[in-house]
Design a protein around this ligand. Structure first.
Ligand code: SAM
Length: 186
């Protein structure tokens, strides 16, 4: 199994338990460092906003074997209403609506490269055990959108989130809507 990741830091921080089964390779989706017709499945999670969709779709078609599949997983803009943490960071939502490709944009790019959409399924992913755990995670500001908003917007959002998290009725796990698109080589 190969994982293609342009960031040396991300490759280095990959969990050790996965590194025996996965070969990490420097590179990007637009120029995959893989041979033609060499893999059965391409899996992209939370990354379609990072690359050129048309160039990536051509590369997926090149590296896949006949009848190969592509799975694309993301929180596309049409499900952002369900991404709970945007409530405290409205400026982040505006940015993501502008920069995140929609599911139909992904579909158009893959269809142009010769793929057929097999289906779309909507999922609820547990993203934190509680609002407090969510606040602790977001405090690292490792989500790229939280780095793009102003320091003031970030500080206010985190403070409001921690206030709500301190309420005794807000101890439930936090879920977010995600979408899985599956494609097959036509
Ligand atoms: C939001 S993170 C998602 C990471 C992981 N897939 C996950 O689901 O947690 C987006 C990842 O895409 C990587 N990335 C950036 N540009 C890329 C490109 N051109 N091709 C492939 N991956 C890219 C980033 O370095 C980052 O690791």
């Amino acid at each position: 199994m190969f994982a293609v990741e342009p960031s040396a830091g991300m490759r280095k921080s990959a969990p050790r338990s996965t590194t025996d089964q996965i070969s990490w390779i420097g590179g990007g989706a637009e120029a995959l460092p893989l041979r033609d017709s060499s893999v059965g499945l391409v899996w992209s999670a939370f990354a379609t906003h990072c690359f050129d969709l048309n160039a990536a779709a051509s590369e997926f078609a090149r590296v896949l074997k006949p009848s190969g599949r592509v799975l694309v997983w993301h929180a596309f803009p049409d499900v952002l209403d369900d991404l709970a943490w945007f409530r405290w960071f409205p400026a982040a939502r505006i940015l993501d609506e502008e920069r995140m490709p929609s599911a139909s944009m992904v579909q158009t790019a893959l269809e142009s490269a010769g793929f057929k959409l097999l289906g779309r399924s909507d999922h609820q992913m547990r993203i934190a055990d509680s609002l407090t755990a969510l606040a602790d995670r977001l405090a690292h500001r490792s989500i790229s959108t939280l780095n793009l908003i102003s320091d003031d917007d970030f500080a206010k959002g985190l403070s409001d989130l921690r206030t709500e998290a301190s309420r005794p009725d807000r101890t439930d796990p936090v879920f977010a809507s995600n979408v899985l698109l599956s494609f097959v080589v036509r």
